[in-house]
Write a protein that binds this ligand. Sequence first.
Ligand SMILES: Cc1ncc(COP(=O)(O)O)c(C=O)c1O
Length: 379
Amino acid sequence: MKSPHGIQRKLQQRKQNNSLRSLSVTAEGIDFYSNDYLGFAKSKTIYTEAIQLLKQKNLEVNSATGSRLISGNTNFHEEVEAQIANFHQAETALLFNSGYDANVGFFSSVPQRGDVVFYDELIHASIRDGLQMSLAKTYKFKHNNLKELQRKVDKLTTSGDIFIVTESVFSMDGDTPELEKLANFCTRKNIFLIVDEAHALGVFGEKGEGIIQQQNLQDKVFARIMTFGKGLGAHGAAILGSSQLKEFLVNFARSFIYTTAISPHAVATISSAYQALENSSAKEKLKQNIQYFQQQVEKFQLASKFIKSESAIQSCLIPGNEQVKTIAESLQQQEFMVKPILSPTVPVGEERLRFCLHSYNSQEEIFKVLQLLATFVSK
Ligand SMILES: Cc1ncc(COP(=O)(O)O)c(C=O)c1O
């Protein structure tokens, strides 16, 4: 059937810009691209414990069968929310089907008409999408630039509430804002701070609690977003915050209300994955790999190309969609699964190879992929 003109035009534009996205089936190779930082997605222990848990709870079912507000809520959902809140030293946790849903639900409902939201220019698409649905005024600030943010806040006159949203590990850059300074600024100014910890969960903190707890800032943050599809190797997300925030979200967050509840099976996997964090050595192995990767980047004189990051995300800037795609293909031909991140996902000129590191990458794999990269990248 013929397509509408808009569809044809936009696809044509993407082709011209060399930025057309397409699906490819996950290939065999050395994993430098998945978000499974700790290998939990493939953990047989987590898998079998989740099944056991479902049996114990008499929840051997395939679906939640309805919204949490209709038929989809179980004691188990509530127990696991309490487990998550306890792990994160938060008053409450509210589960969502995904981090995307959590952010859209939060940002479309919490900031109201008359309120103001400041967001980092590199904030995740799910937060931007939520903000687009909000009636609040929104302003972006330069990436991790606290000084500029403070200037903008100081200039503002409003009788509404002010919110600031950032990520503790940025998904495309892997870097971290000055969270302590930011949290103290927000406390001084009565600003509500929201931090998306998608890429910090499982990676930072004594047991992988995230950077907010690592820096003991949990009481200065209004809400934290934890997503389970990355370090936890599961599905879903939770918003951490006060009981009143939870009550509000249950009443007003449309992506929580008008959707089938997260399945008991996903909830069991989340619960087992949190249990696994309690005594897993994977976090330590990941940390060693991050350090080794950084050392080798120096050794191959690639440091000027990489965005400074202490996280599992290490990005090498290679401007131009065509160039970054070509280098990624060369690495993939040698079985190194590294994804090029193209504009418009990142700004034009900041296209990059995004290396995701894992507990299960060997030092030999890291050495070899960087050795190969060095042959393609001019220093
Ligand atoms: C910072 C950030 N927040 C939220 C999300 C969305 O999480 P999910 O994959 O669970 O929808 C992502 C994932 O891409 C992310 O990187």
